[in-house]
Design a protein around this ligand. Structure first.
Ligand code: WT7
Length: 648
């Protein structure tokens, strides 16, 4: 509701400053070129941005839709594009990463050093039997070795599957098994909230017993004690000893680059598959144009962990393909003090900063006095991603962090799209707080009604992508039927990709995102599935039935709220809420732990037995529950809402 109200009343406009526009990378002709010949546009961008060992002649092959081939007859090496060519062009001394650990230890990694490390790691992985097409799971803190590992895998034409370090052993095992990974790269532990957070025991549990994993490569970071198994090898033993000479082989443009798991509407996460040439083209193009990247002078900081798609595309592949200098930070934003991020911006003179609305809102709560203690004048472009940014947070971000002068780009995209799809371009677009605004040049977006008919200005509907795009997913690992069904069946007649988001055009035709229309929640910009959490809950011996909803939360956007019915034998279970919330964290990961969990006697169901999540969401958000006439038993609702009202 709030976003619709904002949409109707938001009339602040921020046109580009003339000085910014004069030096801007993105030029209005990009829109014209893309509109006149979309495929030629992407071909030009790809040739300009990447090194092709074998040039492509065909741009798009959509004959096997919905699986696209982009630049299909070309060959390239992704790691070479991110590393060697910058060194060969004389930029070896340029900093690739200013890395900072949570305790304050720091490392500066130049392009020459990163290239050398990746070559060593590639040799070490090859010696362990990793080759083209093999899957390697990466479960690491946000440290340079995570980047080295990803690029070494890419260099060999193998496929990485990075699993965010907050996921549980069970989640890690499911991902390892689904991809049949033969190697895991992890660390003893990493720093989080002032402590070492152990990772190795989680990997031990995830690969114990029957597992496709042959070796576990362990980076020393936390220096915590670890148990050793016969699968284990220290990273510093095998990588440091390897040769730093390694020639990158060229692979086909469609050679798979990575799998990244994301939550869907069922209990089983989807392994989103991305490939090489098209992905790298679009991440490089958007990183350059959406953020106005001047690689010689800018310092770019994307705060996402490499375990998420934002980290893949804008902390690793985009910046490295463009030869940019990035900041990478291991820890939490408020450790050891709440100004840590601003301190890092001052220290490294960050000029482009990309983060999520949930972070901005939590800083807003702490107040402007904290960032005011730091010199943030190096900032010239700010970005937002992960969920809609409310206009109040947008304006605070611009005024307090951006000194009232920086453009803000609100970028809409998904794990599946691989790269930014909807965003303003700084220097061109007149900005409007709260709106993601316009498709990126070369990207075709529409908002349509349930039948696929485009809606007009001032109307809402579903966001669809009407033409294939270079960084699009190429499938769901091991389940191409689910791929076709999830994304392409709703608008099969039109051939549109269904994103799962509701959206509106305002009266100027700008796009506003309105949130998911499926059973996917967005908590702190991370995607969680109601079904996955429900299935974790019913996996507990005490739980007979569970229903999970995403309730509005002022800071995290949405929060997980669970309603459970206990089995009669467990009716007297003490502290059920604490126990079951902890159970979800163990089963999936701490990010999925419900904010609240209520034990109820019944769940509201339709006469056909479907749980009415909308009603539960109304209750969780404190709304009047309204019309319940389709409910099988209306007394259920009053019982639940009484219980909810009585809770702390
Ligand atoms: C979902 C994708 C790739 C970004 C990180 C999350 C929501 C993402 C925005 C935005 C409104 C947004 C959508 C989307 N979302 N960016 N700028 N405005 N909503 O990636 O986990 O794959 O989630 O995040 O609902 O479908 P993800």
């Amino acid at each position: 509701m709030t976003s619709i109200d904002n949409l109707l009343h938001e009339d602040r406009r921020f046109p580009p400053g003339p000085e910014f526009a004069a030096a801007a990378i993105a030029q209005p002709r990009l829109y014209e070129e893309a509109a006149s010949d979309r495929l030629a546009f992407w071909a030009d961008q790809s040739r300009r941005l990447l090194h092709w060992n074998e040039p492509f002649t065909e741009v798009l092959d959509w004959s096997a839709a919905p699986v696209a081939k982009w630049f299909g007859d070309g060959k390239l090496n992704v790691a070479y594009n991110c590393l060697d060519r910058h060194v060969l062009a004389g930029h070896g001394d340029r900093v690739a990463y200013h890395w900072e650990g949570e305790p304050g230890d720091a490392r500066t990694v130049t392009y020459a050093e990163l290239t050398s490390e990746v070559k060593k790691a590639a040799n070490a992985l090859a010696a362990l039997g990793v080759g083209q097409g093999d899957r390697v799971a990466i479960y690491l803190p946000n440290i340079p070795e995570a980047v080295v590992a990803m690029l070494a895998v890419a260099r060999l034409g193998a496929i990485h599957s990075v699993v965010f370090g907050g996921f549980s052993a069970e989640s890690l095992r499911a991902r390892i098994d689904d991809a049949q990974a033969r190697l895991v790269i992890t660390a003893d532990g990493g720093w989080r909230k002032g402590k070492v957070f152990p990772l190795k025991p989680t990997v031990d549990a995830a690969v114990a017993g029957e597992s496709p994993v042959e070796h576990v490569l362990v980076v020393r970071r936390g220096e915590n004690e670890v148990e050793w198994t016969d699968k284990d090898l220290w990273w510093h033993d095998v990588v440091d000893a390897a040769s730093n000479e390694h020639e990158a082989e060229a692979f086909e443009a469609e050679n798979p680059l990575f799998i990244l798991y994301t939550s869907g509407t069922t209990g089983k996460p989807k392994g989103i598959l991305h490939t090489s040439g098209g992905y790298l083209t679009q991440v490089a193009f958007t990183h350059e144009n959406v953020f106005d990247l001047h690689p010689e002078t800018d310092v770019f900081w994307c705060t996402a962990d490499v375990g998420w798609i934002t980290g893949h595309s804008y902390a690793v592949y985009g910046p490295l393909a463009n030869g940019a200098t990035s900041v990478m930070y291991e820890g939490t934003p408020d450790t050891p003090h709440p100004g840590r991020w601003w301190e890092l911006i001052e220290k490294y003179k960050v000029s482009i900063f990309y983060t999520a609305p949930t972070a901005i809102r939590s800083f807003m709560k702490l107040g402007g006095a904290i960032p005011a203690k730091f010199d943030l004048t190096s900032l010239r472009v700010l970005g937002s991603v992960g969920e809609p940014i409310n206009p109040e947070a947008w304006v605070w971000y611009r005024d307090i962090i951006g000194g009232g002068k920086t453009p803000i780009v609100d970028t809409w995209w998904q794990t599946e799209t691989g790269a930014i799809m909807v965003s303003a371009l700084p220097g061109i677009t007149t900005l409007k707080p709260g709106s993601a605004q316009v498709p990126v040049p070369g990207i075709s977006i529409a908002i349509v009604d349930d039948d696929g008919t485009p809606v007009g200005k001032d109307e809402g509907g579903l966001l669809v992508i009407t033409e294939p795009w270079p960084a699009m997913l190429r499938g769901i690992w091991g389940d191409m039927d689910r791929y076709a069904e999830t994304y392409w069946s709703k608008f099969a007649d039109q051939g549109y990709y269904f994103a799962g988001d509701g959206a509106r055009y305002d009266r100027d035709g700008d796009i506003w995102l309105m949130g998911r229309v499926d059973d996917v929640m967005n908590v702190s910009g991370h995607r969680l599935s109601t079904a996955e959490i429900e299935s974790a809950l019913v996996g507990h011996a005490a739980v007979a039935e569970a229903a999970v909803v995403g309730a509005h939360d002022e800071t995290t956007g949405q929060a997980v709220v669970a309603f459970v019915i206990l089995r009669s034998e467990y009716a007297e279970l003490e502290d059920a809420s604490t126990e079951l919330r902890a159970h979800v964290a163990t089963a999936i990961g701490a990010i999925a732990r419900p904010r609240e969990l209520y034990v109820v006697a019944e769940l509201p169901k339709t006469r056909s037995g479907k749980i009415m999540r909308r009603l539960l969401q109304d209750i969780a958000e404190g709304r009047d529950i309204g019309d319940t006439t389709t409910l099988a038993d209306t007394s259920v609702m009053s019982i639940i809402s009484d219980k909810y009202a009585a809770s702390p």
